[in-house]
Write a protein that binds this ligand. Structure first.
Ligand code: CP
Ligand code: NVA
Length: 340
């Protein structure tokens, strides 16, 4: 997808400068132009690979993890390394935060050492409290409410394979109305595409997030539907998306969730209802035989590993933009007249 065909370099420049110095807590906080500018920069950085200048020379990212991670941890660390900076892995258990030091004191102290902080934790309010006290950009690396870095990489994957870009896009999220479903609601609402979330009663997305997405959709024109029927959601979808039925922190409920969500597995029958050229996405980690059948996740429509790789490229764009492009890499790209 040629993003330059929908975004001229003036729009890209203002989109990226609109992001500089801000926190990245939810895609719902950003305009369509800002999100598309980040995606265009991510496509450019992916093309550059390791040939880019070490544009974040001397810059540091602190990464606080209160939950496990494979992709988020490694992709942020490699992103900083490839851009010339450093990432520090900080386990919540090892920080004084785990012994009662306040979130805001931790934020104020870390702001004096590092240039940005990424946090993976439980409550969205904790990330917000941290961001309010920090004087450097704060990135949401997943909360119980949202996962904006993941949905940005997902959008990048869609743009790579869909010649018409986001125009006419219909995404179906099937399963638990969890942080990923909510991140999708906010992304669709901000960008103005169609999203169906199919989840059983009791597993629908959080009402406050649905209200916020509804307010944004009223402006963007996004069509958002909360359904109970997975078939209705899957029908003619361009993207089938699912995620685990028991998220981090919900392990004790896993057996009940397996029972309650059994009818929501994305399998060959459900995938047969989607558009013939649909793609299957999953943020991973996946549980084959639960939320997705092996034939779907390992089948020809699945792009889950390209999607996982795109975490790296999308996050490089986020880091460059939030830190104000200190080495001028994005600026040089814009000056040259972006080809992507
Ligand atoms: N998708 C994702 O965020 O993966 P990790 O939990 O491994 O970081
Ligand atoms: N919903 C999952 C996403 C993991 C990337 C969780 O929160 O555990």
């Amino acid at each position: 997808m040629a993003l330059a065909s929908v975004l001229d370099s003036g729009t890209l420049r203002s989109g990226l400068s609109g992001v500089a110095g801000r926190d990245f807590l939810s895609l719902g906080d950003f305009t369509r132009e800002e999100i598309l500018s980040l995606l265009a920069l991510a496509l450019h950085l992916k093309k550059l690979g390791r040939r880019g200048e070490p544009t974040l020379n001397g810059r540091s990212l602190a990464m606080i993890f209160q939950k496990p991670s494979t992709r988020t941890r490694v992709s942020f660390e490699v992103a900083m390394t490839q851009l010339g900076g450093t990432a520090l892995f900080l386990s919540g258990h090892d920080l004084q935060l785990g012994r009662g030091e306040t979130v805001s004191d931790t934020a104020r102290v870390l702001s004096r050492y590092v240039d940005a902080v990424m946090i993976r934790t439980f409550a969205q309010s904790e990330v917000e409290e941290f961001a309010a006290a920090a004087s450097v950009p704060v990135i949401n690396g997943l909360t119980d409410q949202d996962h904006p870095c993941q949905v940005l990489a997902d959008l990048l994957t869609i743009l790579e394979v869909r010649s018409q870009g986001l125009k006419g896009l219909k995404v179906a999220f099937i399963g638990d109305g969890n942080n990923m479903a909510q991140a999708w609601l906010l992304a669709a609402a901000a960008l103005g595409f169609a999203l169906d979330v199919a989840a059983p009663p009791g597993y629908q997305p959080d009402a406050a997030v649905v209200r916020r997405a509804g307010d944004l959709a009223a402006v963007s024109g996004a069509s958002l539907r909360l359904l109970a029927d997975p078939e209705e959601a899957a029908r003619n979808a361009d993207v089938l998306y699912t995620d685990v039925w028991a998220s981090m922190g919900q392990e004790a409920e896993a057996a009940k969730r397996r029972r309650d969500l059994a009818a929501y597995q994305v399998d060959e029958r459900l995938a047969g209802l989607a558009a013939p050229d649909h793609i299957f996405l999953h943020c991973l980690p996946a549980h084959r035989g639960e939320e997705v059948s092996p034939a779907v996740i390992d089948g020809p429509h699945s792009l889950v590993f390209q999607q996982a790789e795109n975490r790296l490229h999308a996050q490089k764009a986020v880091l460059l933009a939030l830190l104000g492009d200190p080495g001028g890499l994005a600026g040089a790209w814009l000056d040259a007249g972006p080809e992507d």
